[in-house]
Design a protein. Structure first.
Length: 134
């Protein structure tokens, strides 16, 4: 159990992100408070600028990924795909939480751009990590 320095609530260790530089190996703010802080920062002009720079960097470093993401976003806007936030995670797990995202499980080639699976952010990260190990 650990006390969050922001909200002051006593929470389980699972409710904190890891930080190997601290004595207990956990961040001082819980995941909920960190999420609120990140959301607030992204609303500021500095946060918006950082997001624009990261998007430009992604387009430069991984153009195939950027094109695939654009194709999915265009399909959602055009009504060809349902927004992932209205779907359930394809990995049936009681621990699913967080933002829903589409995963390009076949790869980022143009023929697979719309061949996607809805996953929660946790499972999307795990799926991407498993793909990198292959």
């Amino acid at each position: 159990m650990k006390l969050c320095n922001d909200c002051g609530l006593l929470k389980n260790d699972d409710d904190f992100y890891r930080n190997y530089q601290t004595k207990d190996g956990l961040r001082s703010y819980c995941k909920d408070c960190m999420s609120q802080q990140v959301h607030q920062y992204r609303q500021t002009e500095q946060g918006k600028q950082m997001q624009r720079e990261q998007a430009a960097q992604l387009r430069t470093l991984r153009p195939e990924l950027a094109k695939a993401k654009n194709a999915v976003n265009n399909a959602i806007r055009g009504g060809k795909l349902i927004g992932p936030d209205r779907l359930i995670c394809a990995m049936v797990d009681s621990n699913c939480h967080g933002r829903m995202e589409y995963h390009h499980h076949q790869g980022y080639e143009s023929m697979y751009w719309l061949d996607v699976v809805p996953l929660c952010s946790k499972h999307h990260k795990m799926a991407n990590h498993a793909t990198k190990e292959r």
